[in-house]
Write a protein that binds this ligand. Structure first.
Ligand code: TRP
Length: 460
């Protein structure tokens, strides 16, 4: 029997509160900023298909595993792993998995805040009517001016980081529920408005074709890895964010159903963003592989040419900032929770130090778009920002997720799993267990082997 354990940090008021918070974590810059630009860089349809497969076969089972471990441990990820390893009779080395996750979250937050700063800047631009009647060359210049100026990027990065740490210091549960409840539907509606605009650009069908017609000739081994990495990134998996949120989940909520809802919401937002952006890209003869600036070079065109565009544009970027905000909280929550549990510091102090550290590291990402953009500052053709993004999303998260799957599937007793999932030993349990035991780990390992050239999945 499961005794009713609760986290010392409190608990969500209901299953819905958890769904909202986890969806808030999942839906963020990953869906609206990153998904379109990496899809553009990796040739479209085939990349999207692999990403969707990764969500189904890797993301969903791992999300269930993470929530399960979190709720069973009822502590920050480091202490949860330590506790579970002990109670399940496994080596205490598993606690390093918690540490790896904490480090990944910290690294991601450092650059996430810089990009979120772009969204803050674009909110003000849209609100002041800068995009009215703008041309493709105009948006290019607006984006170029922003990123060329390290001081402005630094200022917006600072604003966003302070916003994040203020909420974290108060505990992620207060306020978050309310913000997400209004934010998600509003963001969804605005994305529909944008898709509506895209439908009238004259290149809607080509845009959809780019997104959904797979051309496997366009995908590389590295592209497959990026698609998998993004499945982790967009669902906030592999570093303990969902685990720590799971640790606040009431005992009677169904893990399987909540996971499916979160994954469905997250995937829908990403696909809508793609459907809004690619028709604009193609209608204006822009380059799908334009890189991290893609949405900032396309959406302003839509806002600049639709009735009420300044209002809708400002609202859209405001919602994007909110979406990034609710994601950023979850990136640092595992570390803050750990510091409160083990170092005996207050939430306020822990948040201040974590925020300062991530802010400082973020300066490197700020510089990646200007003073450090030159080749002499690059590693393997990537800037500091690119390296951090690649390392975290494509290596650290999948590795963390792999180990989480292995621990849940092979390290936990069957009885503990059944007890925590609150299901009988039926079909659902068997499918999930089969996926996390075999399919998920093998898929992750194959994709890693593929990218280092040990095997060849893509045939070129
Ligand atoms: N999922 C968020 C997004 O798509 C980013 C994010 C929040 C995240 N928490 C995370 C990514 C934990 C990886 C791990 O924008």
């Amino acid at each position: 029997m499961s005794e009713r354990r609760e986290s010392i940090h409190g608990q969500w008021s209901s299953r819905w509160a958890f769904i909202l918070a986890a969806t808030g974590s999942a839906v963020g810059l990953g869906n609206i900023w990153k998904f379109p630009y990496i899809t553009g860089e990796n040739g479209g349809g085939a990349f999207v298909l692999i990403y969707l497969l990764c969500i189904a076969v890797i993301g969903i089972p791992i999300m269930m595993a993470e929530i399960l471990l979190g709720r069973r441990g009822r502590r920050s990820p480091i202490n949860t792993m330590r506790f579970l390893a002990k109670s399940e009779g496994r080596t205490s080395l598993w606690r390093y998995l918690g540490w790896a996750g904490v480090i990944a979250g910290f690294l991601i937050l450092s650059y996430y805040s810089v990009i979120a700063g772009w969204a803050v800047a674009y909110f003000f631009r849209a609100a002041t009517g800068v995009f009215e009647g703008v041309t493709a060359a105009g948006v290019e210049a607006i984006f170029g001016n922003l990123t060329a100026d390290p001081e402005r990027l630094l200022a917006w990065h600072t604003v966003f980081m302070v916003m994040t740490m203020v909420v974290v210091s108060r505990g992620v549960r207060s306020g978050l529920e309310r913000a997400v409840r209004f934010l998600m539907p509003a963001l969804f509606v605005l994305l529909l408005v944008l898709v509506g605009y895209a439908a009238n650009t004259g290149a809607f069908m080509e845009g959809l074709g780019f997104l959904f017609r797979p051309d496997f000739g366009a995908i590389t081994a590295n592209g497959v890895l990026i698609a998998m990495g993004h499945a982790f990134f967009t669902l906030s998996l592999g570093m303990g964010a969902i685990m720590v949120y799971g640790s606040y989940l009431p005992q009677d909520a169904s893990i399987g159903k909540t996971t499916l809802m979160i994954a469905a919401a997250d995937t829908t937002v990403a696909l809508l963003a793609g459907m809004a952006i690619f028709p604009i890209v193609l209608a204006n003869s822009m380059e799908p592989g334009a890189g991290p600036g893609l949405i900032l070079k396309t959406l302003p065109i839509a806002f600049g040419h639709m009735p009420g565009g300044s209002f809708f544009g400002a609202l859209f970027f405001l919602l994007l900032v909110f979406a990034a905000w609710t994601s950023a909280l979850s990136l640092i929550e595992p570390l803050v929770a750990y510091l409160v549990e083990n170092v005996g510091t207050t939430r306020l102090k822990a948040s201040a130090w974590c925020g300062f550290g991530a802010w400082l590291l973020g300066v490197g990402s700020v510089q990646s778009f200007n003073v450090w953009s030159g080749e002499e500052y690059q590693l393997w053709g990537m800037t500091f920002f690119d390296v951090l993004d690649y390392l975290t999303a494509n290596i650290m998260l999948p590795l963390g997720g792999l180990l989480i799957a292995l621990f849940a599937a092979w390290g936990m007793r069957r009885s503990s799993l059944l007890d925590e999932l609150q299901i009988t030993d039926g079909v659902v349990f068997r499918i999930w267990r089969f996926l996390v035991r075999y399919v998920t780990p093998i898929a992750v390992i194959l994709i890693f082997l593929n990218v280092i050239g040990v095997i060849d999945l893509t045939g070129h």
